[in-house]
Design a protein around this ligand. Structure first.
Ligand SMILES: Cc1ncc(COP(=O)(O)O)c(C=O)c1O
Length: 388
């Protein structure tokens, strides 16, 4: 009889702890319980209506076939123009590879730059799928210990000290998931210098670009032409399900990235690409700015509420829509605490263990992608839970 056997790498992917939270939340909702979702890393907005209309129009006009592997030229020109007007940086459209979400971009990046047997340095905590993209090409993610007082960023000194002959590069994100921290220009500059000197590559995931409330909203592309940058329409443009993102590569990597894009994806979704061109219209950008302000107002409500509860925010939550909270005053087991909170007060959060290992049992991530009334209600339920 044929033995069913999955590839060994599948075994190495542990399921996200938040899945247990989600399942429990679904079961409670099925019983009619009023669950408040602060665990979901997805904007509670949908795409701006002009963008949706452009998508409908693309279908009506049958613009549904494959596109060029690296994306529609018009879309790449619009992204290039956006970099120039919004971030004062020149990025030739040829350097922009349009991908199926940032996820597609990260997989492309791993395939482009990382050899089997290599390792890639990332901060602990960081976006959990990164390690699996690297694993997919036979390499290994090494999560470097960080300190809450340093906003969970790896220091260039630590990168240098840990660097090995097998180290391919450093992957960062700003604003960060799960911490919401925004890296400073001087930090990215010094990390770039370090990585350059060590002969590796630097990737900055800018998927939350635009969602910055404090600190400088800049692109690492303004620091050097040979930084690799990931971005997406998922967050700032609230287009998660449209599956569209991009990777910016240096001139010398365009040909290789194109070959890989052809082979891995053929092209990113064409309807989404046609719609996304409309995302750079001033009216759409104005609406996105309004949404940013709405998110900021929620962030301030959450920060104030957490302060009142005596739950310290672990690092300055300056961007994205996340706050990483130190719950060590109420538990030593964040996962168990999250489940108990959900079961008794119907508030869903993500335990820190999904993002890293060092002291992860002492942190939880709040996502403020829900309206202010729900946030206030969640805070008062948490207060009741803590006081019990
Ligand atoms: C830091 C980071 N990078 C990449 C992604 C993947 O996003 P997408 O594939 O929807 O563009 C996410 C999703 O939450 C993320 O938080």
């Amino acid at each position: 009889m044929k033995q069913h056997k999955l590839a060994a790498r599948v075994e190495q992917i542990s399921p996200f702890q938040v899945m247990a939270v989600l399942e429990k939340a679904k079961a409670l909702e099925a019983e009619g319980k009023p669950v408040i979702h602060l665990e979901i890393g997805e904007p509670d907005f949908s795409a701006v209506s002009q963008v949706e209309q452009a998508g409908i129009q693309a279908i009506e006009q049958h613009q549904t076939g494959y596109t060029a592997a690296t994306g529609l030229l018009e879309l790449k020109q619009a992204i290039s123009h956006y970099y120039a007007s919004q971030y004062q940086v020149e990025v030739a459209p040829e350097r922009i590879i349009v991908t199926p979400g940032a996820s597609g971009g990260l997989l492309l990046m791993a395939s482009l730059m990382v050899n089997a047997g290599d390792d890639v340095l990332m901060p602990d905590p960081c976006y959990p799928c990164n390690r699996h993209f690297v694993m997919q090409v036979g390499a290994r993610a090494r999560l470097l210990e960080t300190r809450a007082e340093e906003a969970f960023a790896m220091t260039p000194e630590a990168v240098e000290a840990t660097w090995q002959a097998t180290t391919s590069g450093v992957w960062l994100a700003s604003p960060s998931n799960p911490t919401g921290a925004v890296l400073s220009r001087s930090y990215v500059e010094s990390m770039y210098d370090t990585v350059q000197r060590l002969g590796g590559h630097l990737l900055v995931d800018e998927i939350y670009q635009g969602l910055v409330y404090e600190g400088e909203d800049f692109s690492a592309l303004s620091i050097a032409d040979d930084v690799f940058v990931i971005n997406s329409f998922s967050k700032y443009f609230a287009m998660t399900g449209w599956r569209l993102g991009w990777l910016v590569v240096p001139e010398w990597a365009v040909e290789g990235a194109t070959k890989l894009a052809q082979n891995l994806f053929i092209s990113a979704p064409s309807v989404s690409q046609h719609a996304a061109i409309r995302a750079f219209g001033q009216d759409v950008l104005d609406e996105c700015e309004q949404r940013r302000q709405t998110l900021n107002a929620r962030r301030l409500v959450l920060l104030k509420g957490l302060e009142r509860l005596g739950l310290p925010v672990a690092s300055p939550a300056q961007g994205a829509f996340y706050v990483y909270v130190d719950v060590s005053s109420v538990t030593q087991d964040a996962m168990a605490w999250c489940l108990a909170l959900l079961e008794t007060e119907y508030v869903a959060l993500t335990p820190g263990a999904d993002f890293g290992s060092k002291d992860a049992n002492l942190y939880v991530r709040f996502a403020y992608a829900c309206d202010e009334m729900d946030l206030l209600e969640a805070l008062s339920r948490i207060e009741r839970f803590i006081k019990k």
